[in-house]
Design a protein around this ligand. Sequence first.
Ligand code: A2P
Length: 270
Amino acid sequence: MNPLKLSSGTTIPAIGFGLWLNKDRETCIASVDAALKAGYRHFDTAQYYKNEAFLGWALASSNIPREELFITTKISNENQHWTDLTPSFEESLKHLQTDYVDLLLLHFPVTELRRPAWRKMEEIYEAGHAKAIGVSNYTITHLTELLAECTVPPAVNQVELHVFLQQPELVKYCQDHNIVVEAYSPLAHGEGLDNPVLAEIAKKHTKTPAQIMIRWCLQIGTVPLPKSETPERIRQNLEVFDFELDTDDLAKIKTLESNLRTAWDPTHVA
Ligand code: A2P
């Protein structure tokens, strides 16, 4: 699993374990345990997910050295006011039982709040409490605004991305500006896993449609963050490094684009 280099100088593991909607304490801890056993070391949570403390507990009890883990959290929309951001981040660190995160993101480009919020993010980065900082759900317009005025550029943009929402212009813009794209809901939230084109490609490689979707994210240079509460699927979603999609597969996948959004749509956020 080749890690990707971030503009901060640190690296990010190629796949992360997504934790959105994994809100029940026992289920969350069990799925993080299963993920650690399967080999995940990269975990993606958020203040909004209300499971930072469960993740923190599961990671602390694993006894895996902190430096082997990559932890991301995100500042929720209501905490983006400049007076709330830093105290809320300190609360997140407590929940996560750590004194730094590997990546801190602004969860959404909140109108009027996101620009002063970024200055607070830069302070947290400069103090060493986040090894890298970035954004989530930013469009090209939001990124252009940020890049024009920031001191520390965003290392990451985490967006909804999968074979049914390919966003090639956004991916290219980010890659041209040294911003790593993370793909949330890389399985389109489970929608489309029965798609016949994916089934055909999966059969050809003796893989599952989910593995084809994850592999596609890797091959376009993004970092997928699949979620699952099922140990067998958690394992399966990491078994994507022993095959390659060829040009024929990639051409077929291109035809699956259908602008399918399963989460927030930031397109018209001023
Ligand atoms: P479950 O948690 O029951 O395993 P996404 O990460 O795109 O949001 O998708 C998450 C959804 O996809 C969850 O409903 C999850 O269900 C399901 N899922 C995760 N991995 C697989 C897999 N390998 N095969 C089928 N469904 C999966």
